[in-house]
Each structure stands twice: as C-alpha cells, then as structure tokens.
Design a protein. Structure first.
Lengths: 126, 141
C-alpha cells in the first residue's frame, strides 16, 4: 500500500497511524530508498537491514505517540525535532517503555511526498 | 578578497564535499575568515541557519553572518556522527566559539549542532539547515 504524505505538517501523525496499525509496508513508504535509520544509537541501518529491523520491531505491536517540537523546512529538505514515546514489550514479553527526542531529516520527492532520509530517534540527548 | 584555505576551496563554487572531515574543515575555515559573505556561500538561498537563535534564510541570514563574523569569532568543531542518505546528510558536531562581546569582553559559546547538508544537481554539497543547541552561552536554544 502506498501511503500518500501530502503535507509535512501531517507527516508525523500519518507516520504514527501507520506505526500503530503495525503495517510495515505502509511504514516503509515513509522512507526514501537510501534512508538511514538509527534505532540503536551508533548503529545506522540502511536498505534491507533497515527494513528487517523495522519489520521485526513492529511484530510485537508497539504503540507510539509523537509530537513535533521544532520544524525547519527548506524547499526540498526539512529537519524535524520530535518527542516520542513507544510502549512495547521486551524479549521476555514484559512491558517496556522507550522514549527519546528524534532528529529526522526529510526529503521532498519529485512526486510531492515527504519521506524520511535520516531517522535518528535518539538524536538529541535532552 | 582571497583567503588561504588548507583544503581545496573555490569561492566561485563552494563545496563542502562528501567527506565528513573535509566538510568540517571547509566549514571552520570559511567561518574563521571572519567574512560573512564567504561563510554564507556555504548555504543555499533557502537554507535555514539558526546561529542567531532565529531561523534565518536568504538576505537576513547573510546580514546576520556579516555582523556575527565581524567580531572575528574563532570556531572549533569536532564531528560526532554523520549519516549520508543519497543526496542528503545529517552531521552532528560539538562546537565552541570564542568571540568578543559589545564591550570588548571575551565571550565563550559551546554546544552541539545538527547540520543537514544537501548535494545539488551539480554535485556540490552545501548547508541546508543548521541547528545549534548551546550548553554554554546562547547561540540558539
């Protein structure tokens, strides 16, 4: 499924919706082909490795809430600073809460859709 | 005016390159020329700089850089991480700036900065967005 992302303003909300639906294909459409994601600090993933990590992560049905803290938008490139919280389960099946301040770089595609180029969930320390 | 850069730098075709360390050197040396127009040439017309504490683009950004650099501040920076995704890159740096206040007093600023770089259609890398977060002295909060 191809999720249309017409507006950067709604980008975070649409991402949250796809994430909470556990829909990997919908979520993957929010990323550029060459996107880098850093869900484990210091371990950037791209391509198939990024997809595999995310597919596995979504399998335990995590729920996310996210709020844009700051937004800087140029003609075709944007930087979002996002407060997020994820409720998931750990390897033992116990509830686990993850949270951070994401530093996200987005690119406007030629089709007018914003997509993550860099997704760095722990990009800002506090 | 010509400046001596220890790295390749063509003022007519500024390029931060795709190399993280060269990016940092070009950025530092352009800043440390004290010439706001040279430093501003590392940015695209619509690029956003938050050095002033406000997001500035175009002519407002150039005006600020000229004023800010006229006190000949000295910038030091070290890259903490860099992620390249095709034609866009996210670079994190730790920076410190030593400059002079309005009454000639020394001012020290430091913090971390998030930089977004873009590769244009001509292959040159330029700043798209900078976002300093100061831990000491206010550049931007």
């Amino acid at each position: 499924m191809s999720q249309l992302i017409e507006s950067l303003e709604k980008h975070t909300d649409l991402y949250v919706e796809a994430f909470n639906a556990g829909d990997f294909d919908a979520l993957d459409a929010f990323y550029t082909e060459e996107a880098v994601a850093v869900w484990e600090p210091g371990k950037p993933l791209t391509g198939e490795a990024r997809r595999e990590y995310q597919r596995a992560f979504l399998a335990s049905k995590p729920k996310i809430t996210a709020k844009q803290r700051q937004r800087f938008v140029t003609g075709d490139t944007a930087l979002l600073i996002v407060d997020w919280v994820i409720d998931t389960v750990d390897e033992q099946g116990e509830p686990e809460r993850l949270e951070g301040i994401g530093v996200d770089v987005l690119r406007l595609g030629e089709d007018g859709i914003w997509r993550y180029a860099v997704d760095d969930p722990y990009g800002q320390k506090d | 005016m010509a400046y001596n850069f220890s790295v390749d730098f063509d003022p007519a075709k500024p390029d931060l390159t795709d190399d993280t360390e060269i990016q940092n050197e070009v950025f530092l040396q352009a800043f440390n020329t004290g010439d706001g127009a040279v430093f501003d040439s590392l940015y695209r017309e619509d690029s956003i700089s938050n050095f002033s504490g406000e997001p500035l683009t175009g002519a407002d950004r150039l005006t600020f850089f000229k004023e800010f650099l006229s006190a000949k501040p000295s910038l030091h920076a070290a890259v903490t991480h860099s992620y390249v995704a095709g034609d866009v890159a996210l670079v994190g740096v730790e920076y410190s700036i030593d400059t002079t206040g309005p009454d000639g007093e020394p001012v020290h600023l430091e913090g971390v900065c998030t930089d977004v770089l873009r590769r244009g259609d001509d292959g040159r890398w330029l700043m798209a967005i900078d976002r300093p977060v100061a831990s000491s002295g206010l550049v931007a909060d």
